[in-house]
Design a protein around this ligand. Structure first.
Ligand code: ADE
Ligand code: ZN
Length: 334
């Protein structure tokens, strides 16, 4: 089967998606207008032209700016529903969504407003087309440990609906050690943990995320290939990496997709998954990430199928549900 058709028909789970990063300029303009918030951009085209990044920080500056127009529960609902519809188009049947409460609470928007808006859309997608989802609350690592503790406390009334905590934002200079205590407190409250590590940051950050934050997955982790022993450990422990190929190109982690190390990681037995990270900013949702990567790295049908299987294996779905999706994939006549 042609790889692009195969990608379309495979059910997939997305495990690395920042809801604020799915904010398309058209919706941003619509919400800015209805909230009477002015932006420095005059048109959708002008916004898109500004999406030229040279590293993670140059992206983050504009990403936080875009999020400023989100004020009401309905705004968070619309943002989330727009992403979930993209999932439906791409045959993403399960998603584990990151949200950054501090981006909003620091502007005076309540945790409750953010949570209820996102959760409302997740419940409607479940009801309307049976899509499943989990929420992962990220701490912004450029902010203090104290601020993270405050956010953890604010999340406790909703903890039944948040499966894990994560760590995102500016990686360099903000190692996992900075958040060791707040991650311990989160685990004691019953949260699973994940962390961005080894996107721009060194291999030592990946090791700290594993050993100090006790993560269940590493987000990105592409720099792990610099350390043979670490690669062996990741493979042996079946530690998933949530890799985001188009993001890595847009943020200049690799020069071009053909240079991406995803296939090398797969060849070394690492549990790699494909994800879109911030699709509105990086030029593509799930199938676009799969398709462009499959073409650039000349992935085989078996490798494409394995990536779809890995997306369920690495998810936080119950064991029986994971198995049933894997079985469905194995039964597809390709
Ligand atoms: N926040 C949104 N996208 C991110 C990324 N790729 N790395 C770190 N923080 C982020
Ligand atoms: Zn990310």
């Amino acid at each position: 089967m042609d790889p692009l058709n195969l990608i379309k028909i495979l059910p997939k789970a997305e495990l690395h998606l920042h809801i604020e990063g799915s904010f398309e300029p058209e919706l941003m303009f619509e919400i800015a207008q209805r909230n009477k918030v002015s932006t420095r951009f005059k048109s959708v085209e002008e916004v898109r032209e500004a999406y030229n990044f040279h590293n993670l920080q140059s992206f983050l500056d504009i990403y936080y700016e875009g999020a400023n127009v989100l004020i009401h529960e309905r705004d968070f609902y619309d943002l989330t529903m727009a992403y979930l519809k993209k999932c439906q188009e791409d045959n993403v049947v399960h998603t584990e969504i990151f949200f950054d409460p501090q981006t909003h609470t620091s502007r005076g928007i309540s945790f409750e407003t953010v949570f209820k808006g996102i959760q409302g859309a997740l419940l409607d997608a479940k009801k309307e087309w049976g899509m499943s989802s989990h929420l992962i609350m990220c701490f912004l690592r450029h902010l203090s440990e104290e601020d993270a503790f405050k956010t953890l406390k604010e999340s406790l009334p909703y903890k039944e609906h948040i499966i894990a905590v994560g760590l995102d934002s500016s990686e360099l200079g903000h190692p996992p050690t900075k958040f060791e205590r707040v991650f311990k407190a989160a685990r004691d409250e019953g949260f699973l943990t994940v962390a961005h590590a080894g996107e721009e940051g060194p291999v030592s950050y990946i090791k700290e995320a594993l050993d100090l934050l006790k993560v269940s997955r590493i987000d990105h982790g592409v720099r792990s290939l610099e350390d043979d022993e670490l690669v062996e450990r990741l493979a042996k422990e079946k530690m998933p990496l949530t890799v985001c190929p188009l993001s890595n190109i847009k943020l200049c982690v690799f020069k071009k997709l053909a240079d991406h190390n995803l296939k090398k990681l797969l060849d070394r037995g690492v549990l790699v998954t494909i994800n879109s990270d911030d699709p509105a900013y990086f030029g593509g949702y799930m199938n676009e990430n799969f398709s462009q990567t499959a073409i650039a790295l000349n992935l085989s049908q078996a490798e494409i199928k394995l990536l779809a299987i890995n997306s369920f294996t690495a998810s936080f779905l119950p064991g029986a549900t994971k198995e049933s999706w894997v079985e469905k994939i194995n039964q597809l006549s390709l």
